[in-house]
Design a protein. Structure first.
Length: 248
């Protein structure tokens, strides 16, 4: 069954989201799948939507940063939980695919310092290297999903429709992420990749080969290094250097 998608644009809905994504005795969340959309997503741009799904839930929450702004990160529910604390909680693993610009934007726009990040783009590089494949460049999320998973039949249609609306090189505009009400095609586009991140992590880990050791630990270390790189004052958010596969 496809996960439900809830667009969070009020404090009441935000509190429901926080209850769902926060770990507790009755809801032992160990992992979160996260992605961001925005306009020139980095410290000089704007975060429009933060998509998040917990490993104990069947609901994808699309948090409306355009509408809620700083309140999205700082508003506390009756238990004292905030989105900022969830993202900074070192006990919960966060799955991203290329965390760099997301980490840059979160820190410099809203003061959020991500902890315990697993960057699946790094994990994909580890899979190839562990199988003695020479890796020069990283793989994008779409290519990785198509290579390792069998996405649902509608996946390519949603991807193509969303890209045509959202990305300038496809004839769209990043500003579409900020238009309200949000176009249903953009809503579906923003949600669908997050829905696949848990499966992607599982299959990538199962494909790790026998060349080298401690790949999972090394991936986590490089993921943390990517977050720190994005926090640096000299961080370059664009350029061909970003396609170079990291040393793991």
């Amino acid at each position: 069954m496809a996960p439900a998608i809830i667009f969070v644009d009020t404090a009441v809905l935000l509190e429901e989201c926080l209850s769902d994504i926060s770990s507790s005795t009755s809801n032992p969340v160990s992992k979160l799948a996260i992605d961001l959309e925005g306009v020139e997503l980095c410290r000089f741009g704007r975060i429009s939507i933060l998509q998040i799904l917990s490993d104990t839930s069947d609901t994808i929450w699309l948090i409306d940063i355009t509408t809620l702004g700083k309140e999205a990160f700082d508003h506390a529910d009756p238990e004292g939980r905030t989105l900022k604390r969830v993202l900074e909680n070192g006990d919960t693993k966060k799955l991203f695919y290329d965390v760099r610009n997301d980490a840059d934007a979160l820190l410099h726009l809203y003061g959020v310092e991500l902890e315990n990040v697993c960057d699946l783009q790094v994990l994909e590089v580890a899979v190839r290297r562990s199988r003695k494949i020479r890796v020069k460049v990283v793989s994008g999320l779409g290519k990785t999903i198509e290579t390792y998973l069998t996405p649902p039949p509608e996946w390519q249609r949603i991807k193509s429709e969303g890209a045509a609306l959202c990305f300038p090189d496809k004839g769209g505009s990043y500003e579409v992420f900020e238009r309200r009400p949000l176009d249903e095609r953009v809503l579906a586009y923003a949600a669908q990749d997050v829905a696949l991140l848990f499966k992607l992590e599982d299959i990538l880990e199962s494909r790790i080969g026998f060349i080298g050791k401690n790949w999972k630990r090394r991936v986590m270390n490089v993921s943390a290094a990517r977050v720190h790189e994005a926090h640096n004052t000299t961080y370059a958010r664009h350029g061909k250097h970003r396609t170079i596969a990291p040393i793991i």
